[in-house]
Design a protein around this ligand. Sequence first.
Ligand code: SAM
Ligand code: SF4
Length: 339
Amino acid sequence: MNRESPENQTQSPLVDRFDRQVNYLRISVTDRCDLRCVYCMSEDMQFVPRSQLLTLEELYRVGKSFVDMGVRKIRITGGEPLTRRGIMQLFEALGGLDGLEDFTLTTNGTLLGRYAKALQKAGVTRVNISLDSLQQERFKRITRIGDVKRTLAGIDAALEAGFKRVKINSVIMKHRNHDEIPALVAFAEQRGMDISFIEEMPLGETGDHDRGELYYSSQEVLHDLQPHYDLIATTESTGGPARYYRINDSDTRVGFISPHSHNFCDHCNRVRLTAEGRLLLCLGQEHSVDLRRVVRANPLDDEPLRQAIIDSMAIKPKGHEFDLNAKPVLFRHMNVTGG
Ligand code: SAM
Ligand code: SF4
């Protein structure tokens, strides 16, 4: 993969009405998952029938069109991306695209033992692994069915595989796991990993999980860490919405993804493709374009697809309007959108 400096990005046609350049595509390759995290899914999820998913070849066509038009970063997510059959084909194909500089994966880690080496070889540069607790019982309660040992083994496999960076993602919930914040940072630091704390977002109904009551702000997380760590604010970015702090005398960065307490929309550079081929212009709004229809109507010609992507820039909204205490405005769960 060519990881040289980008060609002049100002020539990219992917600029929205607010002059924001879109250079980052997240692709959700499946809405299915081998876990059922309480903030992400309900227990009885209805998944999209497999026949409605974009094929791996179609996902590649969309990804390539974006890269041809100036996208430099692709993140593969889901659902749990590594549960999709044949998924390595897509990693290998996208990993070979000239112009793609940053090729990343978000995973719950359960299958990294099997795939980490092959992913690194395919060109994946960085991996984010979700881990909300180090404690067996608690991990199980949060994921409903998970085994923390499996995720920890996945993290070890990722570290051994030699990615440029491995990061932990933790969603913090009051009285569920907020007392583990320093332990999670220590875990990341001992292994030379970064860690990001995510404020929960109101995406989809998730059963009796009360988001308003469990809300724990990034400010509170930072406050809890200050007695333990010397944290220095940095302007570093990994191309996403996280704000970072460095731990003094360490390689580890502590990130905060704070849709409620620190709205990140002004600098949004992202769009998302669902596994069904719906291009979402904002995580927190329903503005979208059906790219599956365009891809299937033009199996041999990518020009209409490219035009549909360019036209979609006109409907990218200014920002999300998340409100944890209201009913979720969206029926879409995070596993459909891809985190
Ligand atoms: N299954 C993979 C995983 O868990 O990393 C990838 C998909 S998951 C939807 C991506 C990220 O979204 C995870 O870090 C997860 O913790 C986060 N997430 C899921 N639901 C969320 C919500 N309602 N609010 C905030 N983050 C959420
Ligand atoms: Fe699955 Fe990831 Fe959602 Fe948890 S957060 S249920 S691992 S998709």
